[in-house]
Design a binder for this molecule. Sequence first.
Ligand SMILES: [Zn+2]
Length: 205
Amino acid sequence: MRGPSIASDAERMLQLRCIVCHLPFDFARNETAVVLRHIAYGYDFVHAHHESTALKWIFVDPEFDRPEFTHDSRRASILDVAPPDGWTAVMPQPPERVAEGDLISFQPLGLWVLVEHRDGSRYVEGLVRDPEWESEPGGAEFPEGENGPRDAVGYAPSAGHAGPARLARWESIISARHHGNHVPPSRHLPPLEFERSAALSLGRP
Ligand SMILES: [Zn+2]
């Protein structure tokens, strides 16, 4: 089913590893990556049977000195991943750049992830992990974040390739969020195939 080009893409794509045992998650064998939120940085992931270990870790820091990881209020776990195929998250520029009329930047995705929410619903979103943070706790980010003024407003196939209509849509979301309105991102995604999607759908009433 998967051609050679996709296979080589898969080899290049970011590998999610458990923050406790450091082994990569085997999504093809139905392993699940529990989502953990780092107290000071971004996110990380853990096997379900290593979750209690990670939740006991203390972040020793004069400012914190509290548990290093907690759960995310919305995202429970990652069920599957897909290669990013060059897609980017469309990010708002910092306020000083926005004031100069420069509203958007494009951040390359590390992966597409199939997320299960705490209410059982599933959602596909991008994931970013900077190479220099590859082995650091809390090194992953969900660009969509909490749909706030600094979070991604959508996705683009590659940096800079977007028509005026899409640019206008992204800019309107940035502007609305800047004024305190809660606006979801533009959900233009590529057709993605997750191997576990079908099995999961069958397993649900
Ligand atoms: Zn583990």
